[in-house]
Design a protein around this ligand. Structure first.
Ligand code: FE2
Length: 222
């Protein structure tokens, strides 16, 4: 089929608009962190920036598309988390610049560099979106925690402090998400009594977070 006249030819090569260079440019600064450390820190921070921006767009995706009886509270929770991630991205980009680096934060750069897997796009209702997001947030939380140690190894307590702050907030939202998915512990003795004590309600606290599977409740080790 021929193309109608006057319509611009559609780009056939999706790689044409990809970022030309994955390495951030460096600029002069009198910041006293050693040059080699600053380069490594800029790479580290740009990696966290890409992950953060990717997760931000995924959270907005959930904010727009979530459905079901829990729609409104999840719609609001996802938007609140997206606002937090937007601020995180801004702080990461500004720290890159403060260290003399180029903040690699366009959408294309983000798509090229992110370590976060794409969010599931075959889900519909609230708990499914919560699971999908919680899985990816847990990856981001682990990566941020690793970044704290890396920043310290590169002689930059300020970047370590920034990543510590971001890590604490991401952990908090992982908790908010996972709290929606928690099931009551199954205790045979409790079932026989047809109720549960306060002590039993406390069980589950302090457990290592589990990776939730689509459509299944998290299972406890008995
Ligand atoms: Fe909105």
């Amino acid at each position: 089929m021929s193309r109608p006249e006057n319509r611009p030819e559609r780009r056939s090569n999706r790689h044409e608009n990809r970022p030309d260079n994955q390495t951030a440019r460096m600029f002069f600064t009198q910041n006293d962190v050693p040059d080699d450390d600053r380069r490594a820190l800029v790479e580290l921070l740009n990696q966290e920036l890409a992950d953060t921006t990717d997760l931000l767009t995924q959270t907005k995706y959930a904010h727009w598309n979530v459905k079901g009886m829990q729609f409104y509270q999840l719609h609001l929770l996802f938007d609140e988390f997206a606002d937090v991630l937007f601020e995180h991205g801004d702080e990461l980009g500004e720290r890159v610049a403060a260290l003399g680096g180029e903040a690699r934060g366009t959408v294309r750069m983000t798509a090229e560099n992110s370590r976060i897997p794409e969010i599931r796009t075959d889900v519909v209702i609230g708990p499914q979106y919560v699971e999908a997001l919680a899985n990816n947030v847990s990856i981001h939380a682990a990566n941020l925690r690793g970044g704290i140690d890396a920043a310290e190894a590169h002689n930059d307590q300020d970047t370590a402090d920034l990543l510590t702050e971001l890590s604490r907030e991401v952990d908090q939202y992982l908790w908010f998400l996972e709290a929606h998915l928690q099931r009551e512990p199954i205790q045979p003795a409790m079932e026989e009594r047809g109720g549960r004590s306060e002590g039993e309600q406390e069980q589950g606290h302090g457990e290592r977070p589990q990776r939730y599977q689509q459509g299944t409740a998290p299972t406890r080790q008995q």
